[in-house]
Design a protein around this ligand. Structure first.
Ligand SMILES: NC(=O)c1ccc[n+]([C@@H]2O[C@H](COP(=O)([O-])OP(=O)(O)OC[C@H]3O[C@@H](n4cnc5c(N)ncnc54)[C@H](O)[C@@H]3O)[C@@H](O)[C@H]2O)c1
Length: 438
């Protein structure tokens, strides 16, 4: 396979070297004549472990060369990788000028090409950029049609400077955002020598994954730093604390709590986050990340209320009142907050939660309902069907298994607002399904 790589920066230089090392025929393209000359002299334009020898070997072996001539590079290759820079503008958005310019250059070159060309975007760009900017630029410059005459994929790069060659060969996965399987197959061929899971996605999903990964990494660093600031102020060894935190691969370093959904609640998370924020304040520390957790969670509760208000229907059924399925604990349940707000706005509400049947509740939870939220307890129904019959709109508050088959009980066209992301409901016919963050 013959590949042209546009942009000989950190990503492009490593791609050129590694793909050539893997046996592909590679042509690097850059506006910068110094970088082009360095490659052609067998030298790396960047400092990275191993890349110097990889590039020297590839150039000596005839599998890598570089040029400033975009057209020549496209005409002599089957696939073009775009890895030009997308630096921040003053307002924070990504500067896409180089991506647009390269797309036009490649477009002009493929106008003169009979064989199908595939363009693989590796520069980090927001969802919508490939279809909204790259594809139109390619089509306008080439007079050809995306899909029919040429292919485009988005294939994010996960390397880290300092360990980029190692990262190239050991990525967390290879992600290909594709418009069609054929185009994805062409991009996948680049990684024949890389031992990693190959994941296919839409172009937009892949574009977003790259940003989400980087935002998550930044969030982790900031979280650990705020923990460190607070720990030091309390004379606690922050590194030992985080070493222990990281040993919990069930709840901490795991997939838990990482799916978009409704607000968190329960008797521990809100209380303990509030206590940490209070401790920071007491120590005159400003920890903006930790401080923003409760307000952000509150906004998620407001979003659920807004979803209901938007529909303009007053007869509401709430299914699942506890903060998660399988518990009768109502303390700090976010769905209780939603219910209270909607009662205040005059909604006619009936509620069902199998675990919160007053007839069966005992002890602290019965006390809590009777003393703290008696106005809610009077709205509880014993049967799911009673609530479904009453409601114009159903609000699902937790993922109790019995809600998966809910659509079978619903009246045709009944609206179901799902705060718990119940897959079966999302796919069910006959209901008007509304998700909260999906
Ligand atoms: N650096 C990283 O660790 C890293 C990791 C993953 C993803 N990325 C993303 O990859 C992209 C590239 O990053 P980088 O750090 O390699 O950038 P960089 O700034 O080091 O290199 C970009 C190169 O593109 C060249 N270029 C600009 N316009 C060109 C054109 N019209 N034709 C040919 N070459 C042109 C520049 O001369 C430069 O050599 C960015 O979107 C970045 O966000 C970077």
């Amino acid at each position: 396979m013959r590949v042209s790589v546009f942009g000989l920066g950190y990503v492009g230089a490593v791609s050129c070297g590694c793909f050539a090392h893997d046996g592909l025929e590679v042509i690097g393209v850059d506006l910068n004549t110094d970088k082009v000359k360095m490659i052609n002299d067998g030298r790396s334009p960047i400092i990275e472990e191993k890349i110097g020898e990889i590039i020297a070997d590839a150039v000596a072996g005839g599998t890598l060369r570089a040029t400033t001539d975009a057209e020549e590079a496209v005409l002599n290759t089957d696939v073009s990788i775009v890895s030009v820079g997308t630096p921040s503008k003053a307002n924070g958005s990504a500067d896409l000028a180089a991506v647009e310019r390269v797309s036009e250059q490649i477009g002009r070159a493929i106008a003169a090409k009979t064989a199908r060309h595939v363009i693989v975007i590796r520069s980090t760009v927001m969802p919508g950029t490939v279809r909204g900017l790259v594809v139109p630029a390619l089509e306008a410059a080439s007079g050809k049609k995306f899909g029919e005459d040429f292919g485009v994929c988005f294939n994010p790069e996960f390397l880290r400077e300092g360990s980029s060659v190692r990262d190239h060969y050991n990525p967390p996965f290879t992600l290909i955002g594709q418009g069609s399987d054929n185009d994805g197959d062409a991009a996948a061929q680049l990684y024949a020598k890389v031992d990693a899971e190959l994941i296919r996605a839409t172009i937009e999903e892949a574009e977003l994954v790259k940003y989400v990964c980087n935002a998550f990494h930044a969030l982790k660093v900031t979280f650990a730093n705020e923990v460190g600031i607070l720990a030091r102020a309390m004379d606690v060894n922050s590194h030992h604390v985080m070493d222990i935190v990281c040993k919990d691969t069930k709840l901490n370093i795991s997939t838990r709590y990482l799916k978009p959904g409704f607000a968190f609640g329960g008797s521990c998370l809100p209380k303990d986050v509030k206590a940490l924020v209070h401790k920071a304040r007491e120590k005159d520390l400003d920890l903006p990340l930790l401080r923003s957790v409760i307000p952000s969670n509150r906004m998620q509760i407001d979003r659920a209320v807004d979803e209901v208000l938007k529909l303009g229907r007053k007869r509401l059924g709430i299914l699942g009142l506890s903060f998660k399925a399988g518990t009768d604990d109502l303390r700090e349940s976010p769905i209780v907050s939603v219910t209270e707000t909607l009662i205040g706005k005059g909604f006619d509400i009936k509620i069902y939660d199998k675990n919160i049947s007053l007839a069966r509740l005992v002890g602290a939870n019965r006390d809590y309902i009777e003393k703290e939220i008696p106005h809610i307890s009077s709205l509880m129904a014993e049967e799911l069907s009673e609530v479904v019959d009453h409601a114009e709109v159903l609000l699902i508050g937790n993922s109790s298994p019995e809600f998966a088959g809910l659509a079978a009980f619903c009246k045709n066209g009944q609206t179901v607002i799902d705060l718990a992301h119940i897959d079966e409901l999302a796919r069910a016919d006959g209901i008007n399904y509304v998700g909260i963050t999906w």
